[in-house]
Ligand binder design. Structure first.
Ligand code: ADP
Length: 631
């Protein structure tokens, strides 16, 4: 019979499996048992939803058998089984969900890669770590004919008709012979296999049985013991999430998480809860330590696994998580849900809504606690997922902003660490009415903006917003506890002054009105107005904006694909304390309109440059500067 070839990626993986030295080979058993358990889940779910008679949950299980002479380990299940096509398809390609995630991450060195395999497994293929020949005999539900898939590894595989009495799958592993240091014989020991089952698969909800030697008193001589072989159930079958919180070790949660959700880093936080009352459910939730590689993309699918009385009914139930907490992984198991519920019905299910509301609250409480009690961890979390919380503030028209505002962190001029808004407000100076912020590409650039100089000089704390979404977030928030957010570049920004100073300023403004009017006209509509400024210190000019759209928002919005470009209303502010202001006044007094017009334009373009905005005509700008240089 012609051998079929594995798909290219599978081949590479198999090759690695066979030719590496493994520290964690034992995980092969976890992988095979987990596949068997899935096959039993699928069968049971189908039987329930399609009303197939003759399938009793009591009869479902997994069996292990060892034959030391023949050097084989067999893993059997009476689950849904595989058809010929499924054998070829499923075991000939890396197609499984877990293996897909693995493929996405598989960029590292062989050692790293192997460690990853150890930590979160690669499904069926891991069996080649301990076996050099594998036979999979399977009979699918509803089929009379069984098929056998056979492979020695990279060469490929064959599938042929076979005999099998019952529905399900038998996987026979021919354990590799000892070759020097390479020794797999431990996996032919029953106690070793039993240990692996207890370590990784204790919570599997079907019995995993194996013949084990046990000693018991002899029937005729009760004082003497004999060793007999007896079938034992190796696992406790209590799913981790149904166990009592204080019975579960942190490592168990971590292992469970990594194994189930295909991550290779321990979660940052585990939320394990059992709720009774209006909604009765168990929830086991995890806050990952790292964002998945596709997290901030359309491909990422949020959702929790949903179990109805221990039976998996949906792999990613999106309705259980709000978008702003979409990073949470985990599962919910409730006895209140019907097994037959369809996706459409679930969306309107009151019980599910109640559970979702509880879960949202739990996550919120947990994050708040982390922020208060374990700041370092929270900052690590925020680095990965803070962006999602900010989206959450302005998404859905700001509906959730009050829920989220206390979870936000911003970079601040106060210290080199992100701060909360509560911290900012608690440190506000006497008489300070607003929360000041400025936007820019980097903290460094923000510190050097003309508009921030005055504030920073006088020791006002400034939030430094460097991410595109930041300003949209603070705009959506509008205020924190009545303290409005004010951009250092906006018209709303007022320097706190005495009445006398204000009076003086007003007079100065009136006196210079002809000059500023002339400059506004000279800029021909590029700015809404030219004004005298008191927020500047060493720089001659800066740009500020009027209205809702700021320069930063203009930059961000116009970088998105849209037909309509937005425009921020610009105001050119002139520093009255700068020598240049005197120069402008002198030119105006001398009625040198031509030079004044050229200067107005240069100052405007300079202000744009300082904001990190493109200037209208760089060539013209350069010519004008050269003109001045040779004068
Ligand atoms: P994964 O479990 O990540 O999907 P595997 O390589 O372990 O990847 O398995 C591939 C597929 O083969 C599974 O998704 C499943 O459809 C099928 N399979 C594996 N083992 C069994 C089994 N014991 N019974 C039925 N189907 C199985």
């Amino acid at each position: 019979m012609a051998k079929k070839q594995f798909k290219a990626e599978s081949k590479r993986l198999l090759d690695m499996m066979i030719h590496s030295i493994y520290s964690q080979r034992e995980i092969f058993l976890r992988e095979l048992i987990s596949n068997a358990s899935d096959a039993l889940d699928k069968l049971y779910y189908k039987a329930l939803t399609e009303h197939i008679d003759g399938i009793d949950r009591e009869d479902l299980g997994i069996r292990l058998a060892v034959d030391k002479q023949a050097r084989t380990v067999t893993v059997s299940d009476n689950g849904i089984g595989m058809t010929r096509e499924e054998l070829e398809q499923n075991l000939g390609t890396i197609a499984g969900s877990g293996t897909r995630a693995f493929r996405g991450e598989m960029t590292g060195q062989p050692d790293e890669t192997m460690e990853m395999i150890g930590q979160f497994g690669v499904g069926f293929y891991s069996a080649f770590m301990v076996a050099d020949h594998i036979e999979v005999t399977s009979r699918a539900l509803g089929s009379e004919q069984a098929y056998c898939w056979v492979s020695d590894g990279v060469d490929g595989f064959t599938v042929s008709p076979a005999e099998k009495e019952d529905r399900g799958t038998d996987i026979v592993l021919h354990i590799r012979p000892v070759q020097g240091e390479d020794n797999c014989d431990e996996f032919l020991e029953d106690y070793r296999l039993a240990g692996i089952v207890r370590k990784y698969s204790d919570y599997i909800r079907y019995p995993i049985r194996m013949n084990m030697p046990t000693s018991r008193p002899k029937a005729d001589k009760p004082d003497e013991y004999e060793t007999v072989t007896e079938e034992q159930t190796l696992n406790s079958m209590v799913p981790l999430w149904r166990k009592n919180k204080n019975e579960v070790k942190p490592e168990e949660y971590n292992e469970f998480y990594k194994n189930k959700f295909f991550d290779f880093t321990d979660p940052l936080r585990v939320i394990h809860s059992h709720t009774e009352g209006a909604a009765t459910y168990h929830a086991l939730l995890f806050i990952p330590a790292r964002k998945p590689f596709n997290y901030y993309s359309r491909e990422y699918e949020k959702g929790l696994q949903l179990y109805a009385s221990g039976v998996l009914i949906m792999d990613k139930c999106a309705d259980l998580l709000p978008d702003y907490f979409s990073f949470v992984r985990g599962l919910v198991d409730s006895q209140d849900l019907s097994l037959n519920i369809s996706r459409e019905m679930l969306q309107h299910d009151e019980q599910l809504k109640r559970i979702a509301a509880h879960i949202e609250k739990k996550i919120h409480t947990e994050l708040t606690a982390m922020l208060q009690n374990d700041r370092e961890k929270y900052e690590a979390f925020y680095k990965e997922f803070g962006l999602q919380l900010k989206y959450g503030v302005y998404g859905e028209y700001g509906l959730h902003k009050d829920r989220l505002k206390d979870l936000l962190l911003f970079t601040s001029s106060y210290e080199d660490k992100p701060v909360t808004l509560a911290e900012y407000v608690s440190r506000m100076k006497d008489g300070q009415k607003a929360i000041y912020y400025a936007c820019g590409e980097t903290v460094e650039k923000i510190r050097r903006l003309p508009q921030t100089e005055w504030l920073l000089d006088r020791g006002y704390e400034l939030l430094m917003l460097t991410e595109d979404v930041d300003e949209f977030t603070v705009k959506a928030l509008h205020d924190w506890d009545g303290k409005e957010f004010v951009s250092a570049s906006s018209e709303k920004f007022e320097t706190p002054e005495t009445d006398e100073e204000k009076e003086q300023a007003k007079k100065q403004e009136e006196d210079n009105k002809p000059l500023t009017d002339f400059l506004t006209g000279a800029l021909g509509g590029k700015v809404k107005a030219v004004r005298l400024s008191r927020r500047l210190k060493s720089h001659p000019v800066c740009l500020s904006t009027e209205g809702e759209v700021t320069l930063e928002m203009e930059k961000v919005l116009n970088s998105l694909p849209a037909d309509h470009k937005v425009h921020a209303e610009r105001v050119l502010e002139i520093n009255t304390g700068h020598a240049l202001f005197e120069k402008l006044r002198a030119l105006y007094a001398a009625d040198d309109k031509e030079t004044l017009t050229a200067y107005a334009d240069l100052l405007y373009q300079q202000a744009l440059l300082m904001e990190g905005m493109p200037i209208d005509d760089p060539v013209e700008f350069s010519n004008r500067i050269c003109g001045l240089m040779v004068r």
